[in-house]
Design a protein around this ligand. Structure first.
Ligand code: PLP
Length: 386
């Protein structure tokens, strides 16, 4: 009966126009209508990725693109570095290991910055270039940490290892210039910033990665990007694409560009700052320091004694606000909850979500001044530009 406010790190709410566009009739995916749509969407997505290289639309969730990013460019036995400071870094490393790569994990605690120095040392000491790839998650949705990909790109500069980056929960919310940062393979999912339902994944492939693809020996079939390239030349995808999502993507991207890239980035900055400020005003902790804070997901450390699953249940059942529990196996994971503020989430959704959070905390016995968090969020939202 109640309207729900979805504030999880994804899937995110979709605009009504996008939902309506999903209710499309089916059409020939090998015909001219699809070709035109595919070419238009690819061009728009390249603008968001800030790339002039190849970009493909896959019918899968983000994890499919993670797998594509590994199997198309590597061979079993290749030595790769997996930078890990959360559950999704772990996943990317796990995929590479599952396909036979020798993964050297460079790990940091969840919620802590990556060990950039260790990466630099490893690449510097690799004189005969045995390391074939550096794999990293830009926005660790499990902790709300934004890793510094520009810095990693600088560290990797003189080394031929491919740079493979997961931007599943950040692409579109912050400037992410794939070409300028020389990211060889970059991927995202449809159900986050892009305001689409789950079901599509986007992946860009640069020149150096294509070169690696020509000798890569990992097994693949569905996610064969050489096949995707061949079919793209004909305005098609190798397999039957998720047509409703693809039709709706036109609407979602129109909405994205109607807001404008810079304004969309600014909205995400404001929402992130508002959530952080509200949490502080309510006496709550933040898992990640401000300087590494994600613009799309915030992990908040609940007060001692407050049961997080119970808090989330009150939010859901009493107030219709859906947030996520902590994730992974960090020191605070059973004490954190995560708020997603990305995609079609609005500034007023943040105010509503914080108001509900205050009431849920209050009902759980946490001493707080009702309205303090809302006020802090409002002050950020109408304050000077973040
Ligand atoms: N990487 C990151 C950073 C994510 O946030 C997610 C999903 O939340 C994934 C990868 C996996 O994407 P999917 O669940 O669409 O397979």
């Amino acid at each position: 009966m109640n309207k729900e406010l979805l504030l999880i790190p994804g899937p995110t709410p979709i605009p009504q126009a996008v939902a309506r566009a999903m209710a499309t009739e089916m059409f020939d995916h090998r015909g001219p209508r699809f070709k035109e749509l595919l070419e238009e969407l690819t061009a728009s997505l390249k603008e968001i990725f800030m790339t002039r290289e190849s970009l493909f639309i896959l019918s899968s969730s983000g994890t499919g693109a993670l797998e594509a990013a590994v199997v198309n460019f590597l061979s079993p036995g290749d030595r790769v570095i997996g930078l890990v400071n959360g559950a999704f870094g772990e996943r990317l490393a796990g995929i590479a290991a599952a396909h036979g790569a020798v993964v050297e994990k460079v790990e940091a605690e969840m919620g802590q910055p990556l060990d950039y120095e260790a990466l630099e040392t490893l690449l510097r000491s690799d004189r005969d270039h045995r390391i074939k790839a550096v794999m990293v998650v830009h926005n660790e949705s499990s902790t709300g940490m934004m890793n510094d990909i520009e810095r990693i790109s600088r560290i990797r500069r003189d080394h031929p290892a491919l740079l493979i980056v997961d931007t599943v929960s950040s692409m579109g919310a912050v400037p992410f210039p794939v070409d300028e940062w020389q990211i060889d393979v970059c991927l995202t999912g449809s159900q986050k910033v892009l305001m689409l339902p789950p079901g599509l994944a986007l992946i860009s492939v640069g020149e150096r990665a294509w070169k690696a693809a020509s000798t890569a020996k990992m097994k693949k079939f569905y996610f064969n990007l050489l096949a995707a390239r061949e079919y793209y030349a004909k305005g098609q995808t190798p397999w039957t694409p998720a047509l409703p999502q693809i039709v709706a993507a036109r609407t979602a991207l129109d909405l994205y560009f109607h807001e404008g890239r810079e304004r969309c980035h600014a909205r995400h900055r404001r929402m992130a700052a508002a959530v952080r400020s509200a949490a502080r005003a309510l006496g709550l902790g933040l898992l990640v320091e401000d300087c590494h804070a994600s613009m799309t997901v915030t992990a908040v450390i609940g007060p001692e004694g407050v049961n997080i699953p119970a808090l989330c249940a009150i939010l859901r059942d009493r107030f219709g606000v859906i947030i996520a529990t902590g994730r992974g196996r960090g020191k605070f994971s059973d004490r954190t909850f995560r708020i997603g503020h990305l995609g079609a989430v609005t500034e007023m959704d943040i105010v509503t979500g914080i108001a509900a959070l205050e009431m849920a905390l209050y009902l759980q016995g946490h001493r707080l001044e009702l309205g303090a968090g809302v006020r802090a969020a409002q002050e950020v939202l109408i304050g000077p530009e973040q």
